[in-house]
Every structure is written in C-alpha cells, then in structure tokens.
Design a protein around this ligand. Structure first.
Ligand code: C2E
Ligand code: CA
Ligand code: CA
Ligand code: CA
Length: 278
C-alpha cells in the first residue's frame, strides 16, 4: 500500500463522483428517511427585545442518516429542493411545527412558529390550500404561523411567487424575508412584497462586534424595516454585546446561540419550562 511505503497521509477529499453519488443517495433515500423517523424538526427560540420574552421559535429540519451521520440541511435541502420532493419536506415540517403550536395553545402559551419555504414551494399555487388545511387540522390561528422566504427565492420567479404570497398574506399568515441583506436587497422591491418581517442575515450580526461596516448594515436594516412598519429580527445573536447593540438600535426580536441553539422537541420544551419557572 502506498501509505505504508511512507507516502504522507492526505486529508480525505471526496471526488466529484463521490459528491454526486452522495447527493443522489440523499435524494433517493429522503422519502423513506422521513417515514422511518430519521428526519426530525428542531426548534430555536426567538425572544422579544429588550424584554427577552419568548415569542416563538423557528423550525429547522434535521436528518440523522444511518451511514453519513448528521447531514446538514444546507446540504440536503438544496438537493431535495431540486426534485419534486420539497413539498413533502415542507409539509412534514409544517405539520410538526403546527402540532407544537397547538400543544402550546393547550397550555395557555401564545407563541408562533416560523417555517422556511423553498423557491419551489413559492411557485406552487396549491400550497396555500395545503396551509389552510394544516391550520384547520391543528386548530392554529394563521397569525401564529410565519413563513420565512429568501429574497432570491422570490426574485427567481416573482410572477409565480407573488400570487402565492398574496394568498398566504390574505389568509393572515405572517411572512418574513430571511437572510436580508445578502440578496438583491432592493428597497423598492421590499415595499411591493406583502411581508411583515425582515430577518437580518446572521453574517452581519456575527460581524457587528469587529466590523463597523457590518454594524452600519445592521443599523440601516433596522431603520429601513421600521420605516416600512416591519418587525425586524436579528439572527446569529451569539453574545451579550451583540444583543445590547441590537437593543440600542431598536431591533425587535433576537435569535441565536446566546439565547439557545436549535433544540429537539423534548429539549425545547424542557428549556421553555426552566425559563418560565424563573
Ligand atoms: P436559515 O433559515 O438562515 O436558518 C438559520 C441557521 O443559522 C440555522 O442553521 C441555525 O442553526 C443557524 N444559527 C442559529 N443561531 C445561530 C448563531 O447564533 N450563530 C450561528 N453561527 N448560526 C446560528 P441550520 O439549522 O443548519 O439550517 C441551515 C439552513 O437550512 C437554514 O438557514 C435554511 O435555509 C435551511 N433549512 C433548515 N430547515 C429547513 C426547512 O425545514 N425547509 C427549508 N426549505 N429549508 C430549511
Ligand atoms: Ca430561516
Ligand atoms: Ca437566515
Ligand atoms: Ca441561510
């Protein structure tokens, strides 16, 4: 063997073929992974500023693959998105998420849940009907459901996405622009979208402590959002300094490791109990 002959060990770098094969396996195995319980939904709390009151959570999908281990959503969501299967993913996450909200309602808690939407879903004119059916099934009022969409997702096909967004908005569902500041960020466009919330991309929030440019971007998104009467959410809040800065800027909501990492259903509930007992 080459290595035993003294050739230095190289860091494992997958070839294009291996990357392609893995992607192919992820896509073909996704549906059975859902059915066999490998896929779950984690929850990351969102808190109001400056009160720190928990106002809800973002639902984030997780896949524990028997061979590959934990597969990052940044890898499998785009792969699944490229197929018709993304509807199955969105419906799965929405169902779990609304079930959570209905449990909270049963306990007298009024908290909302945010679900990420992919580009494909925004082009599906049947989607608002499925949302209405899911809200009815779980007896959840529409204002407790938020959809997070990326600007690039909307911009990819605005002719198709806009009617879907308008219908969701008319139903009373809350719409948020995710990763704000990274895409086209057209101010004029934001005004035309039926959105209620902007989520400042975590890259700016993470950079705020060391980069004055990032700080300026965050400050201007807060001002822009408020001038359009939108709720402004900061994600990627990792330390007290960032939170204090956001409070001084008047940012409405914070999400990030400072408050909590995304947690499994059970751990989220335990976190919530410990927090409300205080
Ligand atoms: P996203 O929607 O921008 O979600 C926020 C990501 O930031 C999450 O990564 C979250 O774990 C991470 N994060 C949260 N707080 C912090 C922090 O303080 N610091 C840092 N460095 N990171 C933080 P995650 O869970 O790996 O998800 C990655 C992306 O995958 C999401 O980005 C979203 O675009 C996509 N995704 C996740 N779940 C779903 C889903 O159910 N459907 C769709 N379509 N996409 C999803
Ligand atoms: Ca998101
Ligand atoms: Ca984001
Ligand atoms: Ca992202």
């Amino acid at each position: 063997r080459a290595t035993s002959e003294g050739e230095p060990l190289r860091a494992y770098a997958p070839s294009m073929g291996q990357i392609f094969l893995r992607r192919f396996q992820l896509v073909t195995q996704f549906r059975s992974a859902l059915e066999s319980g490998q896929v779950s939904v984690h929850y990351q709390p969102k808190v109001a500023l400056p009160s720190r009151q928990v106002i809800g959570a973002e639902a984030l999908v997780r896949w524990k693959h028997p061979e590959f281990g934990r597969v990052d959503p940044d890898e499998f969501v785009p792969a699944v998105e490229a197929t018709g299967l993304v509807d199955v993913l969105t419906d799965f996450v929405m169902d779990k998420a609304l079930e959570r909200v209905s449990r909270w309602i049963d306990r007298g808690l009024r908290m909302s849940i945010a679900v990420n939407l992919s580009v494909r879903t925004l082009a599906d004119e049947e989607f608002p009907n499925r949302v209405a059916a899911a809200l009815t099934k779980h007896q959840v009022p529409p204002e407790l459901l938020t959809f997070e969409l990326t600007e690039s997702g909307v911009m990819a096909d605005p002719e198709r996405a806009l009617p879907v967004l308008r219908r969701l908005h008319t139903m009373g569902v809350v719409l948020a622009v995710d990763d704000f500041g990274t895409g086209y960020s057209s101010l004029a466009y934001l005004r035309q979208l039926p959105v209620d919330e902007v989520k400042i991309d975590k890259s700016f929030v993470l950079g705020m402590g060391t980069d004055l440019g990032d700080m300026a971007v965050v400050r201007s998104i807060v001002e822009l959002g408020h001038s359009l009467s939108l709720t402004v959410v900061a994600e990627g809040v990792e330390d007290d300094a960032a939170r204090d800065q956001l409070v001084s800027m008047g940012c409405d909501v914070a999400q990030g490791y400072l408050i909590s990492r995304p947690l499994s259903e059970e751990r989220f509930e335990a976190w919530l109990r410990a927090r409300t007992v205080q």
